[in-house]
Ligand binder design. Structure first.
Ligand code: G6P
Length: 367
C-alpha cells in the first residue's frame, strides 16, 4: 500500500521515528526569522483580527485535548491572552457561553471525531469564530471551521498518536508566536522562539536515537500494576499525555497528577510497588520538583525522572532520562518524546497489539 509499516514492527514505531521529518513539515514556510514571527495564511485572520482576540478556548478529545492544554499554556505565556483547553466531549452539554472576542480552536488528527465536530458546530451556531488545527485535509472538522492550520504530519495509522500530536504542539507554538507578535511579545523573544523551533526537529531525532537505552526502564515500568506520572505547570499536560499513552497501549493503570498536589493525597499510595515518572525540566520550578522527588524516594517509590543534564538530583535514587534543552516554553514536546518510547516498549514487552489497542478506535465518529 502507499503507506505501510515497512521494516518497522508496527505503525506506531514507524510514526514515532518519522517525527524529525514530519515536524519540519508543519514548520516549513511558516517561520519568519527576520521579524521573529510566524505566518499562518490558512487562519484567514489579519493583524487586526488577531489583536481583537481576548480569550482562547481550545477543544479536542483524548491526546488532542492534552496537547490542547500544552497549547493553552504556550498561548498564555507568549501572547498573554487567557487560554484554556476543554474536553470537546463535554463542551456542548453545558450550554457554553460563546463570546465574539474569544478565539475557539478545534484540534484533531483525523478531523472526524464526532465530539470535536459537534463542539465546533456549537460554537458556530452561537456566532463564534472557530479555527482548526487538523491533520487530515478536507476532513469534516476542517470544513466546518472558519480557517486553520493544517498539521502536515502525513497519514497516522496507530491508535496512539505520536507524530500528529507533535505537530499539534508545533501548530500551537506557531499560533502563540503570531498572536504574541501582534501584541507585546518582543522581536527579540520572537527570534529566540523561531530559533528554538528550528532546532526542535534535530533534538527530537537526538531523543529517538537514544531509544535502546529506554527499553530496560520501560520493561520495569511494565511490571508495575499501577504508576504515577507527575509534572507541574508546563509539565502537567505532558504528564497527562504520558499517562494516557501508557494506559492505552500497556493496559496498566497510570494516573497523572500535579507534582504539587502529591502531598495532598496520592503520596499515601507511594511504596516500592508503585513507580513514578516525574517531569523535572530545568526551569523556575526545578528545586520545588526535586523536593517532591525526595518525598517519593523516602517512601522507596521507584522513580524515573525526565529532565535536563544540568539538573542535579543529588542523592535521589532515580533512573534519569535527559532530554536536550531548548527554550523553556518549548520543553513540553521534548519531554513528551521519551514518554512515547516508554509506553511503546512497555506494551511491546507485554506482547500487546500496539497499533490496535483493545476497546479503542483511531477515531470515534459516532456518539
Ligand atoms: C480517539 C483515539 C485517540 C485520539 C482521539 C482524538 O479516542 O483513540 O488516540 O487522541 O480519538 O482523535 P482526533 O482524530 O480528533 O485527534
Amino acid at each position: 500500500s502507499a503507506y505501510d509499516a515497512g521494516d518497522h514492527e508496527s505503525y506506531m514505531h514507524k510514526e514515532m521515528l518519522e517525527q524529525p521529518v514530519t515536524a519540519q513539515a508543519v514548520l516549513r514556510g511558516r517561520l519568519d526569522e527576520r521579524f521573529g514571527t510566524a505566518h499562518l495564511g490558512g487562519l484567514d485572520m489579519d493583524a487586526r483580527d488577531l489583536r481583537a482576540v481576548r480569550r482562547v478556548k481550545i477543544l479536542g478529545c483524548g491526546s488532542a485535548y492534552y496537547v490542547g492544554q500544552m497549547g493553552a499554556a504556550l498561548i498564555e505565556e507568549l501572547a498573554r491572552i487567557p487560554a484554556d483547553a476543554e474536553a470537546a466531549s463535554e463542551f456542548r452539554y453545558r450550554d457554553p457561553v460563546i463570546e465574539p472576542d474569544t478565539l475557539y480552536v478545534a484540534v484533531s488528527q483525523s478531523g472526524e471525531t464526532i465530539d470535536t465536530l459537534l463542539a465546533v458546530q456549537e460554537v458556530r451556531r452561537k456566532g463564534g469564530r472557530c479555527v482548526g488545527l487538523v491533520n487530515v485535509v478536507g476532513s469534516a472538522i476542517a470544513r466546518e471551521c472558519d480557517g486553520g492550520i493544517y498539521l502536515h504530519a502525513g497519514p497516522e495509522v496507530a491508535v496512539a498518536s505520536t507524530k500528529a500530536l507533535t505537530n499539534m504542539f508545533l501548530g500551537f507554538a506557531l499560533l502563540a508566536l503570531q498572536l504574541g507578535r501582534v501584541r507585546d511579545l518582543s522581536i527579540a523573544d520572537g527570534k529566540r522562539l523561531v530559533a528554538g523551533l528550528e532546532k526542535l526537529p534535530g533534538q527530537i531525532e537526538e531523543i529517538l536515537a537514544g531509544e535502546d537505552d529506554l527499553v530496560a526502564v520501560a520493561k520495569s515500568l511494565a511490571e508495575a500494576r499501577s504508576l504515577f506520572f507527575i509534572g507541574r505547570v508546563r509539565g502537567f499536560p505532558v504528564a497527562r499525555e504520558g499517562a494516557q499513552k501508557f494506559k492505552e497501549i500497556s493496559y496498566r493503570h497510570a494516573e497523572a497528577y500535579q507534582t504539587s498536589e502529591l502531598k495532598h493525597g496520592p503520596l499515601a499510595l507511594i511504596d516500592p510497588e508503585v513507580p513514578t515518572v516525574a517531569l523535572v525540566p530545568r526551569d523556575e520550578l526545578t528545586e520545588r520538583n526535586i523536593g517532591a522527588l525526595h518525598e517519593i524516594d523516602a517512601r522507596q517509590g521507584p522513580l524515573v525522572v525526565i529532565t535536563h543534564a544540568e539538573v542535579d538530583l543529588g542523592e535521589i535514587g532515580a533512573r534519569r532520562i535527559d532530554v536536550p534543552r531548548n527554550e523553556p516554553e518549548l520543553d513540553p514536546i521534548l519531554l513528551t518524546i521519551p514518554l512515547q518510547l516508554l509506553a511503546y516498549h512497555a506494551a511491546q514487552h507485554l506482547g500487546h497489539d500496539i497499533d490496535k489497542p483493545r476497546n479503542l478506535a483511531k477515531s470515534v465518529t459516532v456518539e
